[in-house]
Design a protein around this ligand. Structure first.
Ligand SMILES: NC(=O)c1ccc[n+]([C@@H]2O[C@H](COP(=O)([O-])OP(=O)(O)OC[C@H]3O[C@@H](n4cnc5c(N)ncnc54)[C@H](OP(=O)(O)O)[C@@H]3O)[C@@H](O)[C@H]2O)c1
Length: 328
């Protein structure tokens, strides 16, 4: 067993990089449970403690999978899960954040995970019809009941974060942050910093695109969510590939992979930042974890910014429907 450095998400101590488990059940085509569980075990052995799941991923399958993986090593894992999508994948999106739903969702997640507490419980998307005070009030009751240890929000606006934090300390904000998605830098990250809230960037590899592995959606499963994402669409994809090509060249000069350079860039956003790259495979996990140790100088960071400027990215990060559920 090895270890990697730790970072703080509020009062919660986690490994400096977590493991996104979503793809093991959802979004990126068929998976092999045995391979996924072996990847989670390897992550824990490498010192990755933070495992990220949600009740939405695979309609509960992902929580059950994570629960099975940690059953005999619960004390080594920091389990983060989420509630808020009350629909199943393929059904119209239905966000719920009312108190009764929060209580019911938490009990269901605890059951699927097979644990007596969740270390970090996030609201996956803010419910526009329920005051955040009601949602976080219900989440705070879960803390008082010992079912949950720390609270988080995902894709919440700066104003919502402030209101939520006034009800109960928020340990972490999980939102998309990578070389090609920098929306939170202007307003949201500064508020997190002011309030002592850690930041957990999701999709730090641009859903795999920044590794250079994907040059087309051909070969992806019909259900792969990337087929509906504008950045992977014809026209945009070619322009975005030009960025990845330059990133790959720069990475080669440093003797690392493009994915590692993209992860190291996220890791260098601050000591309160804990990216959660997703993978189902031990070989990618090892490569990603190794990125924690990559040091980048100010010149390196400037060179990365120069080859991957935010305004060069073609296409929005989600389609219009998914974007409408991001709290503003
Ligand atoms: N809060 C939210 O709304 C939200 C939204 C999206 C995701 N998330 C969380 O964030 C986590 C990470 O995001 P993500 O999975 O969407 O995107 P990501 O981490 O940017 O990329 C994942 C993709 O990259 C591939 N990959 C990973 N490491 C690689 C490597 N070293 N070389 C080549 N390919 C590699 C994976 O392939 P394989 O699967 O084949 O290994 C997968 O297709 C998710 O697992 C989930 O827990 C949260």
């Amino acid at each position: 067993m090895t270890s990697i450095p730790t970072r703080q998400l509020g009062d919660l101590t986690v490994s400096a990089q977590g493991l996104g488990c979503m793809g093991m059940s959802h979004g990126y085509g068929a998976s092999d449970d045995a391979e996924s569980i072996a990847t989670i075990h390897r992550a824990l052995d490498l010192g990755v403690t933070l495992l990220d799941t949600s009740d939405f991923y695979g309609a509960g399958h992902n929580e059950e999978l994570v629960g099975r993986a940690v059953a005999d090593r619960r004390d080594r894992a920091v389990i983060a899960t989420k509630f808020g999508f009350a629909n199943k994948l393929g059904e119209p999106t239905a966000i719920r954040g009312d108190a009764a739903y929060v209580r019911q969702a938490c009990d269901a997640s605890l059951r699927r995970l097979g644990v007596d507490h969740i270390d970090l419980y996030y609201q996956h998307r803010v419910d526009p019809d329920v005051p955040i005070e009601e949602t976080v009030g219900a989440m705070a009751e879960l803390v008082a009941a010992g079912k949950v240890r720390h609270l988080g929000l995902s894709e919440a606006s700066a104003a919502t974060i402030r209101r939520a934090h006034a009800v109960h300390p928020i340990a972490a904000l999980q939102s998309e942050w990578s070389l090609w998605t920098r929306d939170l830098e202007e307003e949201i990250a500064p508020v997190c910093r002011e309030l002592g809230i850690g930041i957990v960037p999701f999709s730090p590899l641009g859903r795999g695109f920044l590794t250079g592995r994907y040059t087309s959606v051909e070969g992806m499963a019909e259900t792969d969510v990337r087929r509906t994402q504008p950045r992977f669409a014809d026209g945009n994809l070619e322009r975005n590939l030009a960025i990845v090509d330059k990133l790959t060249e720069l990475a080669a000069e440093k003797g690392v992979t493009a994915g590692q350079l993209a992860l190291a860039w996220v890791q260098h956003r601050g000591a309160d930042v804990v990216p959660i790259p997703g993978t189902r495979r031990e070989k990618y996990l090892r490569e990603n974890v190794a990125a924690v140790a990559i040091g980048l100088s100010a010149d390196d960071l400037a060179a990365i910014d120069a080859v991957a400027p935010a305004d060069a990215v073609a296409g929005t990060r989600y389609d219009a429907s998914s974007l409408s559920f991001v709290n503003r």
